[in-house]
Design a binder for this molecule. Structure first.
Ligand SMILES: Cc1cc2nc3c(=O)[nH]c(=O)nc-3n(C[C@H](O)[C@H](O)[C@H](O)COP(=O)(O)O)c2cc1C
Length: 389
């Protein structure tokens, strides 16, 4: 399984082409729309989310509610494009056009603007920011939504929520099931558990907004139902935890990843880190604890996967940061494009879908995956085999 995305932030549409989804998987447009709508929610999001209501069109690879095994194309049209046709249109500009409107010569700190401009020779850095914008995560959520459908049919569930915003930590009872985590976080405006912490988070978002500042946080993805032994220890590039980490780091503004207790492991003795192995008739092999977050040796243990990602504060600030105009080389205070003050709740939805894609990809790498019923049989057989190991 793999996918490519295309599209500029204020362009006509976002396109995702997904390859490698088995045939005969039931798939509905509504399942993808649900994910896209979840990405657009969350306390602290700005104006843009009101302008676009993301809805998907499936333009290939699905027929009569089932996948064909051929590439699936998802298209999310940009309703706002009608206001951007002259700025973003593909045709050459008329000769009498003096200046392209909304040319960007002032790179914003924390964005791809300056590095991307230098690399691709774009003196109008709109050519960079249009693509480097996190708008692209909508296309990635589309791919993840399809992956989630595949996983669900195999009894694997994935959910994402917020653990921390601006240093305010929301504790989660480790015994909560995935379903409980999903229900509680879905009902929270900041997608978290602890109501007191949620109040404080919303206050922090309001304060940041008032001050023209932005705040970041920590999101967590929780997975139940992955069979043990997915991924591999035999080669560095087959380690599934490494693939997930790389994928999470590829989300805009993500600066770190932890599995289970993560960095805390550095501060504890081994006896307080490693998860003892138990066996029962009812459960087969399992672990007394899950401090390592569901991975050993680059492979799943069969315990829930628990992975956290760190999102830096959004770089576009109403409170300006100093930068340099590339035309005049004069210092200036970076101005804003439309911006949110906190996108951590939305980012938790993005991370959920990014992780889901990696898991579905790992499953389809591991088992025969051309025809969904055959894949399902193979996964069921494998589960039985490892249970009896
Ligand atoms: C869901 C989501 C929404 C985002 N919204 C904004 C935004 O409104 N304004 C902004 O400046 N950055 C936003 N970002 C972050 C930038 O896209 C990101 O910081 C930038 O592309 C530079 O990439 P880097 O931080 O990974 O180096 C958002 C990120 C995510 C995941």
């Amino acid at each position: 399984m793999r996918y490519l995305t295309a599209g500029e932030s204020h362009g006509k549409q976002l396109t995702t082409i997904i390859e490698g989804i088995p045939s005969h998987l039931p798939l509905l447009r509504e399942q993808i729309n649900e994910s896209l709508i979840r990405r657009q929610g969350g306390y602290g999001r700005g104006k843009r989310m009101q302008i676009e209501k993301d809805l998907v069109e499936i333009t290939s690879g699905v027929r009569h509610g089932y996948t064909l095994g051929s590439p699936i194309t998802l298209v999310v049209s940009n309703d706002d494009f009608k206001h951007w046709t002259d700025i973003m249109g593909e045709d050459p500009l008329p000769e009498d056009t003096q200046k392209i409107r909304r040319t960007v010569t002032k790179p914003r700190p924390g964005h791809a603007d300056l590095n991307g401009g230098m690399k691709y020779g774009h003196r109008d850095m709109r050519n960079v920011l249009e693509r480097s914008s996190a708008r692209e995560t909508a296309a990635r959520v589309g791919a993840g939504a399809v992956a989630k459908v595949l996983l669900k049919e195999l009894g694997i569930e994935v959910t994402g929520y917020v653990r921390e915003i601006a240093g305010i930590v929301s504790d989660v009872d480790e015994n909560l099931t995935l379903q409980q985590r999903r229900e509680i976080s879905e009902a929270s405006p900041v997608r978290t558990f602890d109501e007191k912490a949620a109040e404080k988070m919303m206050h922090a978002i309001d304060e940041a907004k008032k001050e023209g500042d932005s705040i970041g946080g920590v999101t967590e993805v929780y997975v139940e139902g992955m069979p043990p032994g997915i991924g591999s220890y035999v080669q560095y590039d087959r380690k599934l935890d490494a693939k997930i980490a790389g994928s999470v780091m590829s989300i805009n503004a993500y600066k770190g990843v932890e599995f289970g207790i993560g960095f805390e492991a550095a501060r504890r003795n081994g006896s307080e880190v490693h998860d003892e192995i138990l066996w029962s008739e009812e459960r087969g092999y399992y672990r007394r604890t899950n401090r390592l977050g569901g991975f050993e040796g680059g492979m799943t243990t069969g315990m829930p996967i628990v992975v956290k990602g760190v999102m830096k504060p959004i770089p576009t600030l109403y409170k300006p940061l100093q930068s340099v105009d590339i035309e005049t080389k004069e210092p200036f205070n970076a101005s804003i494009e439309r911006s949110d003050s906190c996108a951590v709740p939305a980012a938790s939805v993005v991370m959920e879908h990014i992780v889901a894609f990696e898991l579905a990809k790992a499953i389809t790498d591991e088992f025969p995956a051309d025809y969904f019923p055959r894949l399902k049989r193979a996964v069921d057989d494998y589960r039985k085999e490892v249970r009896e190991f």
